[in-house]
Design a protein. Structure first.
Lengths: 112, 111
């Protein structure tokens, strides 16, 4: 079992550009959540997808959007990148309503 | 979700027990206490969770006070690989698995 996999591992983008991050959940998991972790801080919840729908959303602007595919994999899209979007983006998967979430290693996004 | 308070950092000697406190004085009756840890450059890792009874697994023990306003995570024999940031999180079970992370406790295990 490969666990939760995220791609790419590192990414550098220019301010104003758009970026897409990808996540493949752990086998058997149907729920995917995305978190943003700024340097030195704890992860902050962006949103969660279940059955291809956004089920919950944190306090993030509409520039942050996502998608879940029928195979449960997910994408996080960020438009009009700002310098402040530089962070580690974490994907977590779980079986719906179960207690334990498994995290991937994250994608380190740097906006210059 | 209720707010948690943790010390920002603590040191521990290798081989000794590490006791990590967490205050959650506003916890509600249906909220569980979860612990995750994040080793440098990795994603958070689930450790343990509990409601009101003490819990133990292969990684750690969780002691919750009778009034549930605080808890302690115990790593029984800390190793250098336990150096990490430890997060105490309070949440309602099955609330879509959303996790609200605070600042955590940075634990440094020293030889």
């Amino acid at each position: 079992d490969a666990g939760v996999t995220q791609s790419p591992t590192h990414l550098i983008k220019t301010r104003g550009q758009q970026v897409t991050l990808r996540c493949s959940p752990k086998s058997g998991h149907d729920t995917v959540s995305w978190y943003q972790q700024a340097l030195g801080q704890g992860p902050q919840f962006i949103f969660q997808y279940y059955e291809e729908e956004e089920r919950q959303r944190g306090n993030f602007p509409d520039r942050f959007s996502g998608h879940q595919f029928p195979n449960y994999s997910s994408e996080l899209n960020v438009n009009a990148l700002l310098l402040g979007d530089s962070a580690l983006y974490l994907c977590a998967s779980s079986k719906d309503r179960e207690t334990e979430a498994f995290f991937g290693q994250g994608t380190r996004l740097t906006v210059v | 979700d209720a707010k948690t308070t943790q010390p920002p950092s603590m040191d521990c000697a290798e081989g000794r027990a590490a006791n990590l406190p967490c205050n959650h004085s506003t916890i509600s009756g249906n909220e569980y206490v979860y612990w995750y840890r994040q080793i440098h450059s990795q994603g958070p890792q689930y450790i343990i969770h509990g409601l009101k009874n003490n819990e133990t697994n292969e990684m750690a023990s969780l002691i919750i006070t009778e009034d549930r306003k605080s808890s302690t995570l115990i790593l029984p024999h800390a190793t250098l690989r336990d150096t990490a940031v430890y997060y105490c999180i309070v949440r309602v079970w099955a609330a879509g698995n959303k996790l609200t992370f605070g600042g955590g406790t940075r634990v440094l295990v020293k030889p």
